[in-house]
Design a protein around this ligand. Structure first.
Ligand code: CA
Length: 227
């Protein structure tokens, strides 16, 4: 999943961004709301972590603005211990969750996974697709009950495809879920990840839709194989 972080404190912003990346998420971190606002219009984020105390227009004002233009991305607000009224106002203004500073990465990540689950309309913490299982919290996937040896990027590709199992995703759409703005992007990296997923799981687990992109395959042994 790809997360937008808006936090003006340089140490905290850096720690949040690095911590979530270590847990396999793609992140973009901005220290002011205006840049974050532009990023939000340009990339398909799965969630926003929004500090309320920002220089200039504060987090609450940005939140109100995003919701007023029908931006539905899940938003988790960060507030100070004593800011009960602000938390309430934030939730009422369209935030989906909040965390009180100081924040631990593990709790933030768990809450972001819950927001993604809710946004996708899933109740189960472990995602199922035929004989394929993906556990976002444990960061592992199983095929026919066997744990797969996948890299972080391979898991991220699988997550993006499993998040929308009935959709064809273009290469650009997949890349946008995998990489933040500052990540180096090798030109054929996505093809390599897809190739390895087919080799490690099943040739038909990722379908190539010619001229469009990729979609999740049947997930059944003996199901349609890749062209
Ligand atoms: Ca702040």
């Amino acid at each position: 999943m790809r997360v937008l972080i808006v936090e003006d404190d340089p140490q905290l912003g850096d720690a949040l961004s690095a911590g979530l990346r270590q847990l396999g998420m793609a992140t973009d971190w901005f220290r002011d709301g205006r840049q974050a606002d532009e990023a939000l219009s340009a990339a398909p984020y799965d969630a926003v972590v929004l500090d309320l105390g920002l220089p200039g227009r504060d987090g609450m004002q940005w939140l109100v603005r995003w919701r007023s233009r029908e931006c539905r991305v899940p938003v988790l607000i960060l507030t100070a211990q004593d800011a009960v009224e602000r938390r309430i106002a934030g939730l009422d203004a369209g935030a989906d969750d909040y965390l009180i500073k100081p924040v631990t990465i593990d709790e933030l990540a768990a809450r972001l996974r819950a927001l993604l689950r809710r946004a996708l309309g899933r109740a189960q913490p472990v995602w199922q697709h035929g004989e394929l299982e993906y556990d976002p919290a444990a960061r592992l996937a199983r095929w026919q009950g066997r744990t797969l040896d996948l890299t972080g990027r391979e898991l991220a590709v699988l997550e993006a495809l499993m998040a929308q199992p009935n959709r064809v995703l273009s290469k650009t759409q997949l890349q946008e879920k995998l990489y933040g703005w500052t990540d180096e992007l090798e030109s054929n990296a996505l093809e390599v990840h897809v190739h390895r997923l087919r080799r490690k799981i099943h040739p038909g687990i990722v379908r190539t839709v010619r001229g469009v992109g990729y979609a999740l395959g049947s997930g059944q042994p003996g199901g349609a194989s890749a062209p």
